[in-house]
Write a protein that binds this ligand. Structure first.
Ligand code: UDP
Length: 235
């Protein structure tokens, strides 16, 4: 099996790392995801990962808290996930670096674009923590931003549904799955692919987004080798 991409940006939600418990980290689940990441890295694919933090904290669900502070907490949550992923990848023998958008130099490298690209060229997986480093943004927007910066061929957005539907397939048995969509479809129909800031950034920089189901982590290998899974959003 040959990869169809040279460099990818994998977006993992925090929830994807929590397993059945929905909160915190399930290390076995993390290991399973990382085994698939190792498979594609071993094929020579350059892998950047942006990880969410919703398994610990989400700024927008913080109730009475000051939003900026709550978002700072959310970004720190993504750093925990980034370290968890890095640990699992290292245990599997993968060369990995964590770079964070908020400096925590005792813990991880600061985000430096050229350095990240150099790591990728050397075959290291780079995990981007702390989102964009700014409150009021999401890690989907961070994924779009980092993908543009590192010139990724595609954003692989791992979710818990097998693509984008015209309504929620968990509520509506007649929901129709889209195979392809345009950025404008996503923006105009307010489809729950990613938030509008992230979708606009992808549109402006022509970065395709492939939405697929992570229930089976091997799907990461399937989409990278060109199997027809999920929904692709492009021009
Ligand atoms: N966050 C932020 N700026 C960013 C990215 C994330 O403030 O650029 C905060 C925000 O509070 C968000 C939390 O980090 O709710 C976790 O990220 P996200 O909700 O995107 O994680 P996911 O839903 O993918 O697990």
């Amino acid at each position: 099996m040959k990869p169809i991409y040279k460099r990818i940006l994998l977006k993992l939600s925090g929830e994807a790392l929590a397993g059945q418990q929905k909160m915190g980290l399930d290390y076995d689940v993390v290991l399973d995801i990382c085994k698939a990441v190792k498979e594609i890295a071993d094929m020579g694919v350059e892998v950047g990962i942006v990880v969410g933090g919703g398994n610990f904290w989400r700024g927008r669900s913080s109730g009475k808290m000051d939003r900026t502070r709550a978002d700072h907490m959310g970004m720190l949550a993504t750093a925990i996930n980034a370290l968890g992923l890095a640990d699992a990848l290292e245990q599997l023998g993968v060369d990995v670096r964590v770079q964070t958008a908020i400096s925590m130099q005792q813990v991880a490298e600061p985000y430096i674009r050229n350095r990240a690209v150099r790591h990728l060229e050397k075959g290291r997986v780079v995990i981007f923590g702390c989102g964009t480093g700014n409150p009021f943004f999401s890690t989907d927007t961070a994924a779009a931003l980092r993908a543009a910066e590192i010139d990724a061929d595609v954003i692989l957005k791992a979710t818990n549904v097998d693509g984008v539907y015209d309504s929620d397939p968990r509520d509506n048995p007649d929901a129709q799955k889209f195979d392809t969509l345009t950025y404008l479809d996503v923006l105009n129909k307010e489809l729950q692919v990613m938030d509008s800031t992230a979708a606009s950034l992808c549109k402006d920089n022509s970065i395709p987004i492939l939405v697929f189901n992570l229930d089976n982590p091997e799907n990461i290998v399937s989409v990278v080798t060109g199997q027809n899974l999920g929904t692709i959003v492009k021009e």
